[in-house]
Structures are given as structure tokens and as C-alpha cells.
Ligand binder design. Structure first.
Ligand code: CP
Ligand code: NVA
Length: 304
């Protein structure tokens, strides 16, 4: 059976830890990975903008000696109505993996169902598993063992949160989220994540109050209030998220050693102040760099 990475749910705890360990080894010795994908091609098909994901995947494939092919939404016949299933079959005859960034998560599931090569979710409206791997790697680098640490998410119960919560649960962390009413995480994802957390010694707590979520926490995380594809909801979301900005006063309620994460791009003055994003507790540049190393590890895991 072809292995895919559509959500963190595709991984078990040993694989999660192995990916992070491999990513850390690749970061320490980048030359060690050269040549592993010689003669192989990886298609990246993105229907949304991207800086970190596009550049990290292209660089990871190049570092491994393979060839990345990047297409935007209207560049494949898929954008003119060729079925997802047909696209999956054709690409599978030529390439060695597909990374896809798009809107509907079901489209990525359909692609994976018909592909005979690994499909990697490079962000959908529901999940962003590659980001979660980099986030856990970054936490481990800065704080050591993940098990038992408390991670507090302040803001939208969105794609990035779903994946981070799933990964943190698998690592036995305590996950707290403070989101305004109407912007909770997907109840089905949260129910499953709570079971995974409990099985690994962690927990999941859903709150409304940012201060309650961050109290004594080891890791504070947020993301944009308006995700790609939600531009029409901007006014209502900005109103709903008033009071959910991560600022210095909120950070002061976390553990004194707490670190701040943000997948980026950030909007200083909206979900986070410049003081926090650019401050001493912020590890966002390490987090962004680690997108490269974790993607190298994912490629090695899926393509051998
Ligand atoms: N964090 C992240 O996925 O960034 P990009 O949208 O720039 O790829
Ligand atoms: N939640 C954001 C993440 C961007 C990397 C979005 O989906 O636009």
C-alpha cells in the first residue's frame, strides 16, 4: 500500500519521533542526504500562495538530488476540469511523489485514493501536517522532551491548529486552545485528538479565555485570523477575534521559559504584536527553517 501524508493521523508515535530525529540529523549534517532522490521527480501542485512550503519542498528535493516540478492552479489540465482521478493516474506514471496545496481536503483524499505514488498534503482548508512536524521539531530543539509539555493555541481553530493538536497529542503533550465562539476547531478532529492524547499521557482542553489557555504554558502559538480563501469574511473575523491577540501581557502569563511559535506569514498588530513576534521568546525563524529539514525527513520516509 502506498504511504501518504494527508494528516498527522497517518503517523503513529514512533514514526513521528523518528521523523523529528531524522530532521534534526539532516539539519546537523545536510551533506548526508545528498543523492537519495537522484533521477526522481516530485510534482508540487499549489492552488494557493506559498513562501515557506514551496521553497522548503523545492529545496529539500534538490538537496536530495531529485527534480521538483512546480505547477500553479491553472497550469495543469486539472484546472480546466480534467478529473482528479485521471490526474492522479497520469502523474503516478511519471513522478515519484505529489505535494498538493489546495482548498478542499476531500480533493487531496481523492488524489491519494487514485495515486500509486505518495501524496503529501502541503496545506488544505482542514490540515497542514508539514507545519506541525516543523513545530514539534522546533519545540524539542528549544525545550527538550515533548512529553508532558503544555502547548497553548490562541486564535482560530483552523488547519494549522488541527495538525499541531494531532501531532502534540501523539507526542503526549497537553494541548489547550482558546478560540472565540463560532471559530472552534472541528469537533470530530478534536474528539479523535483527545483520545490520542489520552493514550499517550496528554490531554486536550478547549477554552474561550486566552489567559486561561496560556497560564503556565510552555509554548504559545497563534496563526492569522483570516486564512487563505476566507478573505470575504475578513470584517466579521477581525471583530470576532478582538481580544485574541498574543501580546507581551499575555506572554507574561505563560511559563517564564515559554517560547512563541507562528507558522507565518504573520500580521503584526493583528494576531500578534511586533514586540512578541520579534522578541526574545519568539522562535519563528527556527520554526520556518525547520520546514526544510522536516520535509527532507518526510521525503526520505516516504520515498526510501
Ligand atoms: N507556514 C506556511 O505554510 O507558509 P507558506 O504559506 O508561506 O508556505
Ligand atoms: N491558516 C493559514 C496558514 C497559512 C500558512 C491559511 O490557511 O492561510
Amino acid at each position: 500500500m502506498t504511504r501518504h501524508l494527508l494528516t498527522i493521523g497517518d503517523l503513529d508515535a514512533p514514526t513521528l519521533h523518528a521523523l523529528i530525529a531524522d530532521a534534526r540529523a539532516c539539519k546537523a549534517d545536510p551533506a548526508s542526504v545528498h543523492g537519495r532522490l537522484t533521477g526522481r521527480t516530485v510534482l508540487m501542485h499549489f492552488t494557493k500562495a506559498s513562501t515557506r512550503t514551496r521553497v522548503s519542498v523545492e529545496t529539500a528535493v534538490a538537496r536530495l538530488g531529485g527534480h521538483p516540478i512546480f505547477t500553479r492552479g491553472d497550469e495543469l489540465q486539472l484546472g480546466r476540469g480534467e478529473p482528479i482521478a485521471d490526474t492522479a493516474k497520469v502523474i503516478s506514471r511519471m513522478c515519484d511523489a505529489i505535494f498538493i496545496r489546495t482548498f478542499a481536503h476531500a480533493d487531496v483524499e481523492e488524489l491519494a485514493e487514485h495515486a500509486t505514488i505518495p501524496v503529501v498534503n502541503a496545506l488544505t482548508d482542514a490540515h497542514h501536517p508539514l507545519q506541525a512536524l516543523a513545530d514539534l521539531m522546533t519545540i524539542e530543539e528549544h525545550l527538550g522532551e515533548l512529553q508532558g509539555r503544555t502547548i497553548a493555541w490562541v486564535g482560530d481553530g483552523n488547519n494549522v491548529f488541527h495538525s499541531l493538536a494531532q501531532a502534540a497529542a501523539l507526542a503526549g503533550m497537553h494541548v489547550r486552545i482558546a478560540a472565540p465562539a463560532g471559530y472552534d476547531a472541528d469537533p470530530a478532529v478534536m474528539a479523535a485528538t483527545a483520545l490520542v492524547a489520552a493514550a499517550h499521557g496528554g490531554s486536550v482542553t478547549e477554552l474561550r479565555d486566552p489567559a486561561a489557555a496560556v497560564a503556565g504554558a510552555d509554548v504559545i502559538v497563534t496563526d492569522v485570523f483570516v486564512s487563505m480563501g476566507e478573505e470575504a469574511q475578513r470584517d466579521e473575523k477581525m471583530a470576532a477575534f478582538a481580544g485574541y491577540q498574543v501580546d507581551a501581557a499575555l506572554m507574561a502569563q505563560a511559563a517564564p521559559t515559554a517560547i512563541f511559535l507562528h507558522c507565518l506569514p504573520a500580521h503584526r498588530g493583528e494576531e500578534v504584536t511586533a514586540e512578541v513576534l520579534d522578541g526574545p521568546q519568539s522562535v519563528v525563524w527556527d520554526e520556518a527553517e525547520n520546514r526544510l529539514h522536516t520535509t527532507v525527513a518526510v521525503l526520505r520516509h516516504l520515498l526510501g
